[in-house]
Design a protein around this ligand. Structure first.
Ligand SMILES: [Zn+2]
Length: 471
């Protein structure tokens, strides 16, 4: 690709170690008009209005969180600035928000776009949740509006109280068929609700109220069953399948089957499932669907990250205060989910890279590159000429004790499951489309700077070659 730019360019990031999925090399990055216009050894970089010295630290692609819920427990307009601010501090440059709304996509997508573009600190993109036949008929219209991946809840009709309608298997079929035709990705939340309902009744009757009861009433096999169902549905329809927030290591059996049967199947997991277990002393604070599991599952998921069958990490973030979260202090009245996106990237660096020796190249793939490819981000997720200049300068040795100051607590978000833990490795600067949005743990970007990104059909995993990067 030949790329023309004016001189001086807007920004040069020099003296960095550029992290790509296939290697790390010492170079600098020239940015103009929000795009990467050149990658070169420092002496060959063009003149710039602003020069940032990365001081020999890794420069990684800005992280993307593929799984964020805003507007669930607070108004969307309050969650967006609050969440995207701490996401920027945590090294994220794009967040994927789920449209949890039974109304027409033609109404919700423009409505959310307007609010997000007024209040987000980083870029935002949406994925739809297919709830109704109308949604299925509107899939082409949603594509036109830049939404190309769509979540399906298999744990119907459990979320009716949240206003989530539940398509049946026939509607799942039609939805997958249409998404395949359009070149999108079907996202699935895998949990068998019929078994969970029976076990919940039994456990409630037994008087259990502890945190571990959540796993015991909706055990791993509930998830495994639906993984198989959805993989078969993907085979029948040919639709690429993206499993959100997978908590079970046994997903590998399904992934192996998918591979042998030419089914495109991607697995997302979250720091929650990699780190916490049902016996955690945090108890009911860890309540989430699917539940946190056992050490065996967590270790199996880490192995999946090492072996490559786990494709992406997301957070399943939801802003809520601790007092609202705990309900009446028992597992049955506690609310689902918790704030988690702000530490998605630091967690992967601290726990994955520093503690478990997972290379930074792989961390970049899990937190940005593959996510962008799977979900059809046209120019994001990698440090390449022509791509958006979404960059994170990482201090891999910086030690940070997680507390309210680091996480900038607010009236709608005042706890983290990681509180008190020490992370090694933290972003020291986040750059979104060429603009510094966070520095040294503080927000420096502007509210409303973030743009809503329109996506295109998925390209699937592909690896940039070093020569293409240097073009
Ligand atoms: Zn879900």
């Amino acid at each position: 690709m030949r790329f023309f730019y004016k001189l001086p360019v807007d920004l040069v990031v020099k003296n960095g170690k550029i992290v790509t999925t296939e290697g790390i090399y010492e170079a600098g990055i020239a940015v103009d008009d929000g795009k990467i216009v050149a990658i070169a050894r420092d002496p060959n970089l063009p003149q710039a209005d602003r020069v940032i010295d990365a001081k020999g630290l890794p420069v990684m692609p800005g992280a993307i969180d593929p799984h964020v819920h805003m507007g669930l427990y607070n108004p969307f307009g309050d969650d967006v600035p609050d969440t995207t601010m701490v996401q920027a501090i945590g090294g994220l440059t794009t967040t994927m928000h789920s449209i949890l709304d039974k109304r027409s996509f033609k109404v919700t997508i423009p409505e959310l776009t307007e609010i997000a573009e007024k209040s987000a600190y980083i870029d935002v993109t949406f994925y739809g949740i297919v709830m109704t036949m109308q949604h299925i008929l509107e899939l082409p219209a949603a594509f036109q509006l830049g939404v190309t991946s769509f979540k399906h809840f298999t744990n119907r009709p459990e979320y009716e109280m949240l206003g989530i309608l539940h398509p049946d298997d026939g509607e799942f079929y039609l939805s997958f068929e249409k998404i395949k035709e359009l070149g999108g990705v079907a996202m699935v939340h895998c949990e068998d609700f019929e078994i969970a309902r029976k076990l919940t009744e039994r456990l409630k009757a037994s008087g259990r109220k502890d945190g571990a009861a959540w796993n015991d009433c909706r055990p791993d096999f509930c998830e495994q069953l639906k993984l198989w169902d959805m993989a078969v549905m993907a085979k029948i329809t040919g639709c690429p399948l993206y499993v959100v927030h997978n908590s079970v290591a046994t997903a590998k059996e399904v992934v192996d089957w998918a591979k042998a049967n030419d089914v495109t199947m991607y697995i997302e997991t979250t720091p929650t499932y990699l780190h916490f277990t049902k016996d955690s002393k945090l108890g009911i604070l860890t309540k989430i669907n699917p539940p946190v599991r056992t050490k065996g599952h967590a270790e199996g998921l880490w192995q999946g990250i090492k072996d490559g069958w786990v494709d992406c990490v997301g957070s399943d973030h939801c802003s809520v205060t601790k007092s609202r979260k705990v309900g009446q202090g028992d597992i049955w009245t506690a609310m689902l989910a918790f704030p988690s996106s702000e530490l998605l990237f630091p967690f992967m660096v601290s726990e994955g890279y520093n503690k478990r020796g997972i290379p930074l190249e792989r961390i970049a793939e899990l937190t940005a590159t593959k996510t962008a490819q799977i979900h059809g981000f046209p120019n994001k997720g990698a440090i390449r000429v022509g791509y958006d200049a979404d960059l994170v300068i990482l201090d891999p040795k910086k030690s940070v004790r997680i507390d309210e100051k680091v996480l900038h607590y607010s009236a709608i978000r005042d706890f983290s499951l990681f509180e008190g833990e020490v992370f090694t490795g933290f972003p020291i600067m986040t750059i979104c489309r060429g603009t510094v949005v966070a520095q040294d743990g503080e927000i420096v970007g502007k509210r409303g700077y973030g743009k809503v990104i329109k996506r295109v059909p998925s390209t699937g995993p592909r690896k940039p070659t070093l020569s293409s990067l240097m073009e």
